[in-house]
Design a protein around this ligand. Structure first.
Ligand SMILES: Cc1cc2nc3c(=O)[nH]c(=O)nc-3n(C[C@H](O)[C@H](O)[C@H](O)COP(=O)(O)OP(=O)(O)OC[C@H]3O[C@@H](n4cnc5c(N)ncnc54)[C@H](O)[C@@H]3O)c2cc1C
Length: 449
């Protein structure tokens, strides 16, 4: 792909600009190309080579996909494309488990990069190595201010800025300039080399990022203690070998309360790590987005407030390798939960301490921020400048069911879209790679028409 750093704003606007360089941007470009849209009418704007983004740019070989090999589906007509590619191209004997193959995230990233590279016309897609700071409508097209000081215009823009890296969720007091003791963004995994085997490691947050850290620490022979600070002393369950066997008959006109009670009744009494329970859960999932979209903004917020943690816990289950690492630490009494929320982190030359709302103050050698997604500056800017409406959760931009960004009057733009995990507040369960690829397929169909 040709790389271009600057474009004169006076030049003819590009036909389509995709803002972002992660998985969403790559699958978007790929599906546009597959529908015959010429590569030279597309610009991909982002600081890195497209395809891996925050999720799959992993230094660590211990960071694994949390889904088995038949679930990252990029082509709806060929759901096993990745499974076949991995069989042929990945040397990873440890990927095999009783619940399927769970490959390394970085191998999946390589797959996406290769897919895009091999798509006909991709060579002509213009790559702009910059971040978009600002987006403004101008004479029927969009002008983008880039962080290298240049500008670029496009007739149609697709925002695919994804998961912003985590930020510390509480105050940080430090007497040192910068410290390898404090890892604010652990997603790339490059912090692991700095951890000594006997360090006491504090994990702030108890989700999949914390489990990634645990898997990597065990993999590199960690001997020290691991403390997990989390509001609940529980990790997501292990993925089982589930199968969708039945189709639930979803009642009409569900309220959030009736939805919860319907789901409760539908799920079997067996434990959440059993194949039966997970099969039932996965049978419900395809129907939930439609139900979510029928709820008012207020109903969505209250549902998420009451049940968001249950949803995250069971929706994001973990790879068997990762849970095995956690069980290993438990068996060796090397892991403990500190239940509650962090109020303040203090970092000195030699120690980290975390003041919790309960008054407890765990102390360790390193702290890793596993608290999840930060906020996206471009979306915030669009909302603050009055160009876009916030979504129901007040976390991102609102989009309609055709992925069109809503203006501040809640009317959709005809030439500005957004896909990816940040559309969750509007559209529901759209964080996983297969859900995003489906969005890209649907939007490419619309644009190609
Ligand atoms: C750590 C992690 C692990 C995950 N693991 C899995 C998994 O195992 N299985 C699964 O199905 N899903 C997983 N996910 C879910 C994930 O949401 C999707 O799979 C997918 O990777 C999201 O891709 P994205 O391109 O939308 O976002 P990102 O990966 O966040 O990429 C967005 C990119 O856009 C760039 N960008 C941001 N702002 C701008 C701007 N203003 N201008 C230009 N570029 C910009 C960023 O630099 C970034 O590289 C994971 C997510 C994370 C964060």
């Amino acid at each position: 792909m040709p790389t271009k750093i600057k474009q004169d704003a006076m030049q003819t606007p590009k036909e389509i600009a995709i803002v972002g360089d992660g998985y969403s941007a790559a699958v978007m470009a790929l599906h546009l190309l597959r529908r015959g849209i010429s590569g030279d009418s597309i610009a991909l704007i982002g600081p890195r080579a497209p395809g891996k983004g925050n999720a799959y740019t992993c230094a660590s070989t211990f960071f694994r996909l949390n889904v088995r090999e038949d679930l990252p589906i990029i082509f709806s007509e060929d759901p096993l494309h990745f499974a076949r590619w991995a069989q042929a191209n990945v040397d990873d004997p440890e990927s095999k488990t009783d619940a399927g193959y769970f490959y390394r995230r970085r191998d999946f990233g390589n797959y996406v990069v290769q897919l895009l590279r091999d798509t006909e016309g991709a060579i002509k897609v213009e790559r702009v190595l910059a971040k978009v700071n600002q987006l403004k409508p101008e004479n029927g097209h969009w002008t983008m201010a880039l962080d290298d000081g240049s500008q670029l215009s496009a007739k149609q823009v697709i925002i695919a800025t994804g998961n912003s890296p985590p930020r510390w969720p509480c105050a940080v007091m430090t007497s040192v300039q910068s410290s390898t003791r404090m890892i604010e963004n652990p997603w790339p995994g490059d912090y692991l080399d700095n951890i000594n085997q006997d360090d006491h490691v504090i994990l702030l947050g108890g989700g999949l990022t914390a489990l990634d850290a645990i898997n990597a620490l065990v993999g590199q022979g960690h001997r020290g203690m691991v403390s997990v600070i989390s509001p609940r002393a529980i990790f997501p369950p292990v993925q089982a070998l589930w199968k969708r066997l039945n189709q639930p008959q979803m009642p009409k006109n569900l309220s959030p309360r009736r939805l919860v009670s319907f789901m409760r009744n539908y799920l079997p009494k067996s434990s959440a790590d059993s194949p039966e329970w997970q099969s039932a859960w996965e049978e419900l999932r395809p129907y939930l987005n439609e139900v979510w979209q029928q709820f008012s903004a207020q109903e969505r917020r209250s549902l998420l407030k009451r049940l968001g943690w249950v949803w995250s816990l069971y929706r994001f289950r973990a790879s068997p390798q990762t849970i095995a690492a956690y069980e290993y630490l438990r068996f060796h009494n090397q892991v403990q939960f500190a239940v509650g929320r962090a109020k303040q982190i203090t970092c000195s030359e030699s120690k980290i301490s975390v003041l919790m709302s309960s008054g407890a103050e765990p102390v360790g050698d390193r702290i890793i921020n596993c608290t999840g997604v930060g906020s996206d500056p471009l979306s915030s800017e669009l909302i603050a400048s009055g160009l876009a409406a916030p979504d129901a959760l007040l976390q991102s931009i609102a989009v309609d069911t055709d992925f069109r960004v809503m203006n501040s009057e809640h009317e959709p733009y005809v030439n500005l879209w957004m896909i990816g995990p940040a559309t969750m507040g509007s559209l529901g369960d759209v964080v996983a790679s297969s859900a995003i690829a489906k969005q890209a397929e649907q939007l490419a169909d619309q644009i190609a028409e």
